[in-house]
Ligand binder design. Structure first.
Ligand code: KIV
Ligand code: ZN
Length: 391
């Protein structure tokens, strides 16, 4: 069966960059935008042009630079925002305006102090106004995760009539469970007139650690765009991580959903974003963390040395990591020591390995990790007893 394409909408430079400490200047944003285009993302959300002159210039420059991806600018459902975004996107070969308004009871009551009818009116007006400038208009229903499905469906139906091409259903507060978010997407597919004319997009935040799971649930239920950031950076606990959704879809081909991302560039892109934004990645982060392909327990190391697939579901080369790491600690066994010794040039006999292992354990009990320098020391001692062959 032919697989369906999931569009990757990257918002590293908008939802990601608005995090304290992640601010970039235009030049740095251009470097990242060029990399995202090369990586194969379908849409780059370049910024929120009305928010500051700097953001306006960044969106304008990115719009000029990017060759393949659609370049998108965020707005509120406010005419001035839309005019400024349209201006910033003027030279983009594929421009998109991303406009929207809060739809949950909490947003309607506390943010807008308005009625539901008024919110629908503003939503329609914003989409119609944006259509004067660009064909491609994405509408977001902010806090859709906590919006009553019947009202959300009504809003969606109305903005489709006004010309929206993409419907973004954000779980702005990261509240939904995957089943609930998936059911929301299905509800919209089943109940919104005209839904077949638009792409449904998932935009999930990670407050409960469910952003990736929710985005995948959305895609399984009919969404065809996922909004995400490199390394999952974003407001509070972050957004859906690009590298996670891409690899989930790749590793589960029976879902028949695929992206155009060149996965071999994922690790490098992650490094580029963490370095430029000064935002480190936790070592146990899926796909791109320092420990994502590192094995430290003896049982796991023995398995991986015999066959990588015993404890790895992803070939590290597929995401641009050179190879799995066998980290030597006090929990490592002989197989791991022999493997690492061989990597740096020592071919040990069984008796030599037994001797080396005893010394190795003394090193390992004293320190967190035994590194190559320590292995050379250990081998020197073994060599005094019997000559080691060069591997
Ligand atoms: O999380 C959110 O709702 C957003 C919208 C502005 C798209 O970032
Ligand atoms: Zn967001």
């Amino acid at each position: 069966m032919q697989s369906d394409k999931i569009q990757i909408f990257d918002t590293t430079l908008r939802d990601g960059e608005q995090v304290p400490g992640c601010k970039l200047d235009t030049q740095q944003k251009l470097v990242i935008a060029e990399r995202l285009d090369f990586l194969g993302v379908d849409v780059i959300e370049a910024g929120f042009p009305v928010s500051s002159p700097g953001d306006f210039i960044s969106v304008q420059e990115i719009a000029k630079l990017v060759k393949n991806a659609t370049v998108c600018g965020l707005t509120r459902a406010v005419k001035k925002d839309i005019e400024v975004a349209a201006d910033a996107l003027r030279l983009a070969s594929k421009p998109r305006i991303h406009t929207g308004i809060g739809t949950s009871d909490s947003h309607i009551q506390y943010k807008f102090n308005a009625s539901k009818e008024e919110v629908i009116r503003r939503a329609k007006e914003a989409v119609s106004y944006a259509k004067n400038f660009v064909d491609d208009v994405e509408f977001y229903a902010e806090d859709a995760g906590r919006t009553d499905n019947a009202f959300l469906a009504k809003v969606c139906e109305e903005v489709i009539k006004s010309g929206a091409t993409v419907l973004n259903i954000p779980d702005t507060t990261g509240y939904c469970l995957p089943e609930e978010y998936g059911a929301k997407i299905k509800y919209l597919k089943d109940n919104v007139k005209g839904i077949e004319k638009v792409i449904i997009s998932c935009h999930c935040h990670n407050d409960l650690g469910l952003a990736t799971a929710n985005s995948i649930a959305g895609a399984i239920n009919g969404a065809r765009q996922i909004e995400c950031t490199v390394n999952g950076i974003g407001e509070r606990a972050g957004n859906t991580a690009l590298e996670e959704v891409v690899m989930i879809l790749k590793q589960h081909p029976y879902l028949n959903l695929q992206t155009d991302i060149n996965t071999k560039l994922l690790y490098d892109t992650s490094m580029m974003v963490r370095e430029r934004m000064g935002m480190p990645v936790q070592p146990n982060k899926a796909i791109v963390g320092a420990n994502a392909f590192a094995h430290s327990s003896g049982i796991h190391q023995d398995g991986v040395i015999k066959n990588r697939e015993t404890y790895e579901i992803i070939d590290p080369a597929d995401v641009g990591v050179t190879e799995s790491a066998i980290v030597l600690t006090a929990r490592s066994g002989r197989a791991a020591l022999a493997y690492r010794a061989k990597k740096i040039g020592y071919e040990l006999t069984k008796i030599q390995l037994d001797t080396a292992y005893k010394t190795f354990l003394q090193f390992a009990d004293r320190q967190k990790e035994v590194i190559d320098e320590d292995i050379h020391q250990i081998m020197k001692q073994v060599n005094k007893i019997s000559k080691i062959a060069i591997a």
